[in-house]
Unconditional design. Sequence first.
Length: 161
Amino acid sequence: MVAGVLVVVTAFFLFYPLYPVLRVASVKKAEPLFCARMAEGEEFVLSFIHSVNKRPVYDTIRVDGNHFLIVKSRFDSFGAGMPEASIDGMQLRFDKDGWLEWIVNRPVPEVTLFVGWVANHSLHLRGQTFPLTDWIAPGTLISLRIQRASHVELWKDGCMR
């Protein structure tokens, strides 16, 4: 009886998807590129060079349950395609460093993007920077999602802690 309970508890511990994980994958091939165990409310940043004004943009994204909350974008100059005023509940303001902050606070189930040829798309997480072109060729559509993973999946996928 005790052995049976121990087997069930161990199986639950190893195989039940308890942990939120950020997964980056190729959309076309469903090929996993990166994963990291995340905490509720933890944030990461996607950065890129804007295609028109050639200036950096930093998008802050927060884990919010089983989806993301796009918190804000930071940029240092106006340009085509960049917000120029507060609208529809989104606020444009200057931060303490003089950068523009576009406060968005919009929930999304996933983030998808084409990895740019010259945009230098990068993921910033826990003090580390990961250029997306280190994982996949430019021009490839990728998705970022929050999914639940078990201990076995964390180990198998080599998820970052």
